[in-house]
Write a protein that binds this ligand. Structure first.
Ligand code: AMP
Ligand code: MN
Ligand code: MN
Ligand code: MN
Length: 290
């Protein structure tokens, strides 16, 4: 079992990096990519404190970068990155500042709705991790302003809503360059989550490929076989490899359980061939067995 998309408390996940690895082992995941939003702090924590309990899981160092393509917010996953590469660490400082600035703007906008202390509460919920919209959503739920996280996104934080502030993110091509420069493989995350027509999605995949993107997330969490086939064809059309991952955030959302995202169709070329080839070529350093 392989899972190439997951989150920890270093961003908006519920489990610590160590807790996540533990759960991966319980779910019999053999290769796990930790891909927190705009940070590798969970990855470096695991690399620097190898856990004997997690000896069964190979950690693929990863990250999920926020960027924009035109006016659309896009996520690009970087896999088998060198988390200590200077290009990446510099870029992640910038992403951290962008997240911070965006959080302040979201806070100001929510204050206008009378949600007092939004920024301070969300920052407290994020603790030492990257602050994101889910922390604002939790604040709105905990204060009784909305009933659920979904509702918080639907009314205040989702695409086109007041808390949807995108102006701080870099361009798609820029984040692909960062990932490539740091030895990683750039993967277009959950292509079906972006609200766009099939024609635009095709244009997105073409631009992503032209920018140096290498793979498409053909499976993201639980999805229909139809969706998998469509994305497999899209990957083929643009000569992109295929990735799969649960996008696990929390044990409370069992439909996104670690490792339970099915198998790639046979005619897809799996993304791990990219780093397995490199491994055979004796260029090591990005793949660690804990
Ligand atoms: P951010 O990275 O701060 O822009 O927040 C995006 C994150 O919010 C995603 O990675 C999801 O974890 C979460 N998210 C997005 N849409 C929803 C939703 N409708 N309900 C709950 N969580 C969501
Ligand atoms: Mn998230
Ligand atoms: Mn995402
Ligand atoms: Mn994700």
């Amino acid at each position: 079992m392989i899972d190439l998309h997951s989150h920890s408390t270093a961003s908006d996940g519920a489990l610590t990096p160590e807790g996540l690895l533990q759960r991966a082992r319980e779910q019999e995941v053999r290769q796990l990519a930790l891909t927190d939003h705009d940070t590798v702090s969970g990855v470096t924590q695991l690399l620097e404190n190898p856990s004997p309990a997690a000896s069964a899981v190979t950690l693929i160092p990863g990250v999920e970068l926020s960027c924009v393509w035109g006016k659309t917010l896009i996520h690009v996953v970087g896999l088998a990155i060198d988390p200590y590469h200077e290009v990446l660490t510099t870029a992640l400082h910038g992403q951290h500042a962008a997240r911070q600035r965006r959080a302040e703007l979201i806070g100001e906008r929510l204050e206008r709705y009378g949600f007092t202390g939004a920024y301070a509460h969300a920052a407290a919920l994020a603790d030492d991790g990257q602050i994101g919209r889910p922390h604002f959503a939790r604040f709105l739920v905990e204060q009784g302003h909305v009933a659920t996280m979904q509702q918080a996104f639907k009314r205040f934080l989702g695409a086109g809503k007041p808390g949807d502030v995108k102006l701080t993110w870099p361009a798609l091509s820029t984040v692909v360059e960062w990932i490539t420069a740091s030895g990683g493989v750039a993967v277009l995350a959950h292509p079906m989550q972006y609200k766009m027509t099939a024609t635009r999605r095709n244009a997105l995949a073409a631009d992503f490929k032209a920018a140096g993107g290498r793979a498409l997330e053909v499976i993201s969490g639980r999805q229909t076989p139809d969706c998998t086939r469509t994305l497999c064809r899209l990957a083929e059309r643009h000569d992109l490899l295929a990735s799969l991952g649960s996008d696990f955030h929390s044990p409370d959302t069992p439909w996104n359980e670690l490792g339970c995202s099915g198998e790639l169709p046979r005619d897809c070329r799996p993304v791990w061939s990219a780093w397995e080839q490199r491994h055979r070529g004796q260029v090591t350093g990005s793949r660690h067995t804990l």
